[in-house]
Design a protein around this ligand. Sequence first.
Ligand code: GDD
Ligand code: MG
Length: 359
Amino acid sequence: MPDLEAILLVGGQGTRLRPLTLGTPKPLLPTAGVPFLAHQLARARSFGVRHIVFATSYKASMFEPVFGDGSAFGLTLEYMTEETPLGTGGAIRNAAQALGSAPDAPVLVLNGDILSGHDIGDQVRTHVERQAAVTLHLTEVEDPTRFGCVPTDPSGRVTAFLEKTPNPVTNRINAGCYVFTRSVIDSIPEGEVVSVERQTFPGLIEAGELVLGYADRTYWLDVGTPAAFVRGSSDLVLGHLASPALPGATGEYLALEGARVSPAAKVEGGTTVGARSVVEPGASVVGSVLGDDCVIMSGASVTDSVVGDGARISAGAVLRDAVIGEGAVVGSGNELQAGVRVWPGVELPECAVRFTSDV
Ligand code: GDD
Ligand code: MG
């Protein structure tokens, strides 16, 4: 297959991940030791992608200092920024100005918050063989109402695209990885706010164009919520999804440079311990993401949570499904559960908050 070009959609605000995304856009959040996008870039490269255009908007200037011209990743990277967000379709149209592909060539488009184990090469081959206008990767989820619901006919042709519908007709959903024929991207109006999910795909279906589904059941996750984000990171550390970008061996935990994990601490479930962070004897950290320079004190228990850089979790504090902002301090005896978020720099004194159930 000739070199493939890709557009990476990374302009969203990541509101569901606040406060983590107040200072850092979602695609740059440290995930299994590296910025989230490093995993997507490495996977795309493994399928022959060499040129990737980032479609940026929210905190646009933060991407280039991290990934530069891409040479460190064996890629050529470019950055196309929307002054005001143009939606997914407008962003794809804007980024396409930097593509070199011919009108009939396939172009890969990726949502910037997806971990997927599917065979991108096979998706592209299917698209080319069937001469589709667009080929959508589809997966199955229990609750399709939070996604784009995508029914198909027996030949794989997409018959409708129902974004975030309260009445889904199938559990099969848009998995956020598309192959577009280049000329179809060029037919999206330029400089306008356009949603591929609400306008472009329904419009193509209506016009009788071939919109194809590429369905599979491999690993798939949208990391757009705190619970999914910690799950994604720990799945990478545990090796549930292989990533060429993982900075270490797979296992119960990944300790970054200078991290100090006491042999008398319990650290497991795919936890990442950030650089120079300390996990004291008797602490328990399970399935969590610890940033750099954190301290988890003796007897603290951290499960399925994100702890931002420089935060301190005191002796006996209990965190479950919690997000702790950078530099925050959780005093001893606090029990933070069920999606509690502590804003950066906040200091919770001893026993200031205690939940005994998740009502
Ligand atoms: N450049 C740019 N500009 N990027 C944008 C914009 C924009 O205006 N709006 C959203 N994006 C990017 C986000 O950064 C993200 O990578 C991607 O587009 C999708 O946006 P999300 O906000 O994550 O959408 P979602 O998760 O609610 O739904 C989308 O993904 C689901 C799969 O995870 C839809 O494509 C659904 O149909 C799909 O099922
Ligand atoms: Mg998303």
